[in-house]
Design a protein around this ligand. Structure first.
Ligand code: PLP
Length: 368
């Protein structure tokens, strides 16, 4: 199989497994006072330091969570007195919850970008300090939002600003200082770390309401015994993500793939094309061929790709992200997301392009 679904989850880096194995084979409750507990505490704090260093904050500004989803939910539920404003193309762990909590949505343009003028006018109309959440990089299209510009606009209205940086880890350089945000969500498994751990990075003077209540772990802000082994793996993945050694060659291969498809398949389009995007992500639309048909073909040919994230109980709905960008429902139903990563070989992307042209030939959609 050729795996091109890194935005869903990335294969674990072997070094991550080594780091985890060592920490997981011993009992690890960092709250225990004995020598074994103290060793666990040491490992946990070393991991926290590495994650903090990778995003340019102090270690006490990193709270470990069980996922990016938990970090996102914690933020949205953490400031109940503030009205919520979130991007229209956010991950469901932001968008669904924000709508449930009565939040408002910031529209995007045809490429998927949020306009700082629209943010400002919504904040002005609210007339009181809000909580704004806009993702750094989109999981379906790879579009990278102008976070620093948006957070500067938000600050004029005393809003708090959160960014979901889950998809940016290991793909582009970023840190809390340059983005000028108050909070950030991370997840380990999109860049070669383990599934089941993420982090909420927050300025340490922020009075966030804890989401999980119980023991006094994570400075009483996130109850539950800390997953030391997973934290060690997360730290190793964050450390390795800093080099991004694979991104330059993969980006040029992905852009060639896009050009190849556009030239060879009638009506093919790239969502968000022309905008600043992640180096590893392409969202390709082939009008008239629904995602299910394409996925079936690629599955038979040995490729793992995705129809976008709008897949629930096995049924694929047209992607709300693409719909928010103004793409018609019928066209959005024909999207495929291809996402590469640290272990992708350029020839795998080329093979995928060839398979696509083969599908187009079979369906009579090959350009002449
Ligand atoms: N945010 C974005 C942009 C994502 O792509 C994902 C996962 O797909 C998440 C949040 C959720 O992260 P996790 O799988 O760690 O809950």
């Amino acid at each position: 199989m050729i795996y091109l679904d890194y935005n869903a989850t990335a294969p674990m880096r072997p070094e991550v497994w080594d780091a985890m194995r060592e920490a997981m084979l011993v009992p690890s409750n960092p709250s225990s006072m004995h020598a074994v507990g103290r060793k666990a505490r040491q490992r946990l704090e070393a991991a926290r330091e590495t994650v903090a260093h990778a995003v340019g904050v102090w270690p006490n500004e990193v709270l470990f969570t069980a996922s990016g989803t938990e970090a996102n939910n914690t933020v949205l539920r953490g400031f109940p007195d503030r009205p919520l404003l979130v991007g229209a193309t956010e991950h469901p762990s932001i968008l669904k919850l924000a709508l449930k909590l009565g939040g408002d949505v910031l529209p995007v343009d045809g490429q998927g970008f949020i306009d700082s003028g629209i943010l400002e006018s919504k904040l002005k109309a609210l007339g009181r300090p809000a909580l704004v959440s806009v993702m750094l990089a989109n999981n379906e299209t790879g579009i990278i939002q102008p976070i620093a510009r948006l957070s500067q606009a938000a600050r004029q209205y005393e809003a708090l600003f959160h960014t979901d940086a889950v998809q940016a880890v290991g793909k582009i350089p970023f840190d809390m200082g340059t983005l000028q945000v108050d909070m950030m969500s991370l997840s380990a498994h999109k860049s070669g770390g383990p599934v089941g751990i993420g982090a909420l990075v927050l300025r340490n003077d922020l009075p966030i309401k804890p989401f999980l209540v119980g023991g006094g772990q994570e400075r009483s802000q996130r109850a539950g015994t800390e997953a030391v082994g997973l934290a060690a793996g997360f730290a190793k993945a964050m450390e390795m993500a800093q080099t991004r050694e694979w991104t330059a060659s993969i980006e040029s291969e992905m852009r060639s793939l896009e050009n190849n498809i556009k030239q060879n398949v009638v009506g093919a389009e790239v969502a968000g094309e022309g905008g600043i995007r992640l180096p590893n992500t392409s969202c390709l639309l082939i009008p008239g061929v629904v995602s299910e048909t394409q996925l079936m073909h690629f599955d038979l040919e040995g490729f793992c790709v995705s129809a976008g994230s709008a897949c629930s109980s096995g049924r694929i709905e047209p992607s709300p992200v693409l719909r928010a960008m103004g793409i018609a429902e019928a066209q959005a139903a024909c999207a495929i997301r291809v996402s590469a990563g640290w272990n992708t070989k350029p020839e795998e992307i080329r093979a995928f392009g060839e398979s696509w042209v083969k599908l187009a030939q079979r369906l009579g959609k090959q350009a002449v």
